[in-house]
Design a protein. Structure first.
Length: 210
């Protein structure tokens, strides 16, 4: 079996396992996204697509899957304290229907205050909702044994009643075949991230299931 076929087979197994694990779980409802909807993918290097080409980033793949405009607003190395200010400017200048918020990895890597990270994420969610857009949260795992998703993401999702993708980054970053380095996916990893987000949006009612 070639390396490409091994990656493809492994990716199919991982996605299938992920989809089965999500069956039967309650999902927060979202309003359906019209065909001309604009999705803002906001975050750091995981959103930007570090470790793959621009066309292989998760926002680019999600645009292909959804048929909607997906803006890649990822900035590598950004902390949440800077991100909240940048997001406010984007929301003031761009009309968007939904924001996928995947932020905080650099705060965790640099051992910044988790309570401050949670506060910054809350400000971002408030700004998104005040702008009239819906929000989906992606939980970021902390580096270490097991790459467990940091609980503050689930806490924020619960408090704000927004959908959260809890495990896909943990699954991808736990699989060497899906990583370009120890903190970034490769093209196959970003593809799985995009597909998992499509699934979450479909389960929430925002999109039609594939």
């Amino acid at each position: 079996m070639t390396q490409y076929r091994r990656l493809q087979y492994f990716g199919m197994l991982l996605l299938g396992s992920f989809m089965l694990s999500g069956c039967g779980q309650s999902t927060v409802s979202l309003a359906p996204l019209p065909q001309d909807a604009v999705i803002l993918a906001f975050g750091d290097s995981l959103t930007y697509g570090s470790g793959a080409s621009t066309e292989q980033s998760y926002p680019a793949r999600l645009a292909e899957l959804t048929g909607r405009t997906v803006i890649n607003a990822g900035v590598p190395g950004e902390l949440s304290s800077t991100g909240k200010e940048r997001l406010a400017k984007i929301l003031a200048e761009t009309e968007v229907d939904l924001v996928i918020l995947c932020h905080g990895g650099n705060d965790l890597l640099r051992k910044q205050s988790r309570s401050q990270l949670q506060a910054n994420l809350q400000i971002m969610i408030d700004d998104i909702q005040n702008a009239g857009a819906q929000v989906v949260l992606v939980a970021v795992p902390a580096l270490g044994l097991g790459l467990a998703p940091v609980p503050l993401y689930m806490d924020i999702a619960s408090v704000n009643d927004v959908p959260v993708q809890k495990t896909i980054l943990k699954e991808v970053l736990s699989a060497p075949a899906l990583k370009s380095d120890h903190i970034h996916p490769n093209a196959s990893g970003y593809d799985l991230l995009a597909k998992s987000l499509y699934q979450l949006l479909a389960e929430s009612g925002a999109l039609t299931p594939l």
